[in-house]
Design a protein around this ligand. Structure first.
Ligand SMILES: Cc1cc2nc3c(=O)[nH]c(=O)nc-3n(C[C@H](O)[C@H](O)[C@H](O)COP(=O)(O)OP(=O)(O)OC[C@H]3O[C@@H](n4cnc5c(N)ncnc54)[C@H](O)[C@@H]3O)c2cc1C
Length: 380
């Protein structure tokens, strides 16, 4: 059994004030905020992977805050004002992320987002179109534009979609380079003096209040910290069995470069269940989780042939009809979802804070949630 040496214990793992579990966007934003608020504190971040391996390095990079049909669906589950509060937090989170890393590093492009409706979705489109004036009024204060959402069905021919009848354009939506976002955050954390340990899996957290927290690792040595923030999103229940969070896997494909790709922007289809965008002359397409909800309720990465077939079908029949396209890569990522779209931010025991359940728009809300978790940990 590997045991820590005196030196390893003394220099690396002693006197940790704040230990953050999970180095995704939430964990790193929390660690950076802790260092900003308490520069002398010893802040450490641990992750089980060599990289943050959950959702933050594996997402689609939409800088979005909700398509019209998704928001209308959310309003079936939650009172409207709560839906707008979530939208506002996504918006604020995006502004924080852009301020922290800068648009150049993020490769932020405000090329807009589009929701696509096929011919057989007339009633869905109509219910969305009807609400645009009200939605635009709600959003004007946030986006600074009087008409954030607009009907833009005239652009269908330019994009070359087949079978699409309507488009709703969200002009305040952008896209980022996900890898640059995460590499940028890791670099900033290192520069700020956050200790980062990749390859340590936490197996169990024991709050020994008032003596702090004993964090047990699969590597067999425990780590002691005064406070712990759990930022493990879709994997949260491994450490917090009571947390109302389910893992939800997502399948993604990336094509090889496509000459004269006509598509530019972020696209949402089928109430947000599918999404696609351009990147580096390629097309990224993902989603389809609703086709096999049981199979995709897992925190294990892996192929789902039913969904991959559906993505290929969508690609060849609607998105790039008649084009010969080669698939370069497939991958999966794990979301954290729950009974509501609001994230779970909670002090779960005197010295342990949970900041998990980011849902499908964690790039947006993640920076804000991390900072809120840090504030809670500093408070207690
Ligand atoms: C395919 C896909 C596409 C998406 N597209 C978008 C999008 O376009 N726009 C958007 O806003 N959002 C999108 N999302 C959602 C967004 O990526 C997530 O909500 C966000 O990245 C969650 O960040 P996080 O830091 O909470 O979790 P994660 O990034 O999942 O980080 C959690 C970390 O915890 C670590 N961990 C877990 N358990 C342990 C343990 N026991 N010990 C140590 N470490 C542990 C994991 O290794 C992981 O690195 C997408 C998600 C997926 C999967």
């Amino acid at each position: 059994m590997y045991q820590l040496s005196y030196w390893e214990q003394a220099s690396f793992f002693s006197g940790i004030d704040f230990l953050v579990v999970g180095s995704g966007i939430v964990g790193l934003s929390a660690a950076l905020h802790l260092k900003e608020q308490a520069p002398k504190a010893k802040v450490a971040v641990v992750d089980r992977g060599p990289l943050p391996i959950g959702a933050s390095t594996r997402n689609a990079g939409f800088a979005c805050f909700g398509s019209v049909s998704e928001l209308l669906d959310d309003m079936q589950q939650l009172p409207e004002d709560q839906v707008w509060q979530i939208v506002e937090r996504r918006w604020k989170g995006l502004q924080r992320l852009r301020r922290r890393l800068g648009d150049q590093r993020l490769q932020y492009r405000e090329w807009g987002g589009y929701e696509l409706f096929k011919a057989d979705e007339a009633s869905n489109f109509e219910r969305c179109a009807e609400r645009l004036p009200h939605f635009n009024q709600q959003l004007a204060g946030l986006t600074g534009r009087p008409d954030t959402y607009q009907i833009a069905s005239g652009k269908i021919a330019k994009f070359g979609f087949q079978g699409a009848r309507h488009l709703i354009w969200n002009q305040a939506e952008g896209q980022i380079h996900t890898g640059e976002m995460m590499q940028g955050l890791l670099e900033m954390a290192q520069a700020a003096g956050v200790q980062q340990y990749a390859g340590i899996t936490i197996s169990h957290i024991e709050d020994q209040s008032p003596q702090g927290v004993q964090v047990h690792t699969k590597q067999s040595w425990p780590i002691h910290a005064s406070k712990v923030i759990v930022a493990t999103n879709g994997f949260a229940r491994q450490l917090l069995p009571e947390a109302e969070v389910q893992p939800a896997r997502n399948q993604v494909l990336m094509t090889k470069p496509i000459p004269n790709l006509p598509i530019r922007g972020c696209f949402h289809y089928d109430r947000g269940y599918y999404y696609f965008r351009n990147i580096d002359g390629r097309l990224l397409l993902g989603g389809g989780r609703h086709l096999d909800p049981e199979g995709e309720t897992t925190d294990q990465f892996g192929n789902n042939p039913i969904i991959r077939r559906a993505l290929l079908e969508l690609l060849s029949t609607v998105i790039l009809p008649g084009k010969t396209v080669e698939i370069d890569q497939w991958w999966t990522g794990i979301l954290g979802v729950g009974p509501t779209k609001a994230p779970l931010l909670k002090t779960v025991s005197p010295n342990v804070v949970a900041a998990v359940r980011l849902g499908g728009m964690g790039v947006a809300i993640g920076s804000l949630l991390g900072e809120e978790a840090a504030a809670l940990a500093l408070e207690g």
